[in-house]
Design a protein around this ligand. Structure first.
Ligand code: FDA
Length: 307
């Protein structure tokens, strides 16, 4: 499971300030976040699309505590979607959105976040693409799934995320495997207590496979989000077993992680989507990537020593 001490840093302003003072931080951030500006992200997206990959763009940020910030996040997504349409990228590039960036944790947050998310879904539809709601920690799982259900009544193409490590996920998977659903299945990136989440890697992998079976046997569009080679192989096998064909499911990986495998899978005829984050609020995202893999941390430390 992800390193707990590192995940705790995700919410520390002090740690963020200290890290920002280190020149090496920038180099590490760039590995996972290709740019802070929208233009950088759209440029990188265009390059990936030209290589035959698809993209989901995430404007970084979470846990908004001011209403006007939630408005700014909505406005950024609207501009981004307009830009994707203008550049002819909307067929291959969609957006991923965190509801806490849209105000979910504010008082009355569910309504606030739903209103902002609805506006983003409208902008996506006008642009000719889709929205996926990222999944955050377990305190907002039920609210996120409720918002997803509300949005899907108007925008059935809206995607959601389920985390295999949550004990509730098998039931959510069964509920969301129906026609038209787009569900991204990931292992889960947050530090969750044992009463709500499995904490053993092997158990999480088994849960992932079991959820994959449900989604692949269902009538929706499963989005297999993992870099784990064994799970990718199992997903391909299950897709074949269920008579699935290219285009009715997809693989997703994060920008900067196993880029060779992303291209190999695409060359083998799979639909592959790269999750592409951008913006200045990269601290939480970066710490989760470092926590997932000790080798990333040693890369960070080596960069520090050589800077
Ligand atoms: P695992 O962590 O076991 O890694 C398998 C292998 O992949 C490693 O051995 C290594 O080779 C490589 N790898 C994995 N992580 C790496 C890293 N950080 N750096 C370098 N190599 C790495 N989570 C969540 O809670 N909510 C969400 O909405 C999303 N959304 C999402 C979208 C997409 C497209 C992906 C791929 C992942 C997410 N996640 C997520 C994150 C997910 O829950 C999980 O934390 C990471 O994907 C790592 O788990 P893996 O399945 O890759 O396996």
């Amino acid at each position: 499971m992800p390193n707990r001490a590192l995940l705790a840093l995700a919410r520390s302003d002090r740690a963020r300030e200290l890290a920002l003072e280190l020149p090496a931080t920038r180099a590490v951030v760039r590995r996972f976040v290709p740019g802070e500006a929208r233009a950088d992200a759209v440029q990188v997206a265009a390059g990936l699309v030209a290589e035959g990959l698809r993209v989901t763009l995430d404007f970084l940020g979470e846990d908004t505590i001011e209403r006007r910030h939630a408005h700014r996040v909505e406005a950024e997504y609207a501009s981004l979607l307009g830009e994707l349409a203008r550049r002819g990228l909307a067929r291959s590039a969609e957006v991923s959105v965190k509801l806490t960036a849209l105000g979910l944790r504010l008082p009355g947050g569910e309504e606030i976040a739903t209103a902002h998310a609805r506006a983003i879904c409208e902008a996506a539809r006008t642009a000719g693409t889709t929205v996926t709601l990222d999944m955050e920690d377990h305190t907002v799982t039920s609210a996120t799934l409720r918002v997803l259900r509300t949005l899907r009544a108007e925008f059935p193409e809206t995607g959601g995320v389920l985390q295999a490590y949550l004990r509730r996920t098998p039931a959510d998977c069964r509920m969301l495997a129906g026609p038209g659903s787009r569900i991204r299945l990931c292992k889960g990136a947050y530090d969750e207590p044992a009463d709500v989440a499995l904490r053993d890697r092997h158990e999480v992998d088994l849960a992932y496979v079991s959820c994959l079976r449900t989604l692949m046997a269902g009538e929706g569009h499963p989005m297999v989000a993992t870099h784990d080679p064994r799970l990718v192989a199992i997903a391909r096998h299950l897709a074949r077993e269920q008579g699935r064909v290219t285009g009715d499911h997809e693989f997703q990986m994060l920008y900067g992680i196993r880029p060779g495998e992303q291209r190999r899978l695409a060359a083998a005829g799979e639909t592959v989507r790269v999750y592409l984050p951008y913006g200045q609020e990269w601290w939480g995202y970066l710490t989760r990537r470092l926590a997932e893999r000790p080798a990333n941390l040693s890369f960070f430390v080596r960069s520090l020593l050589s800077s």
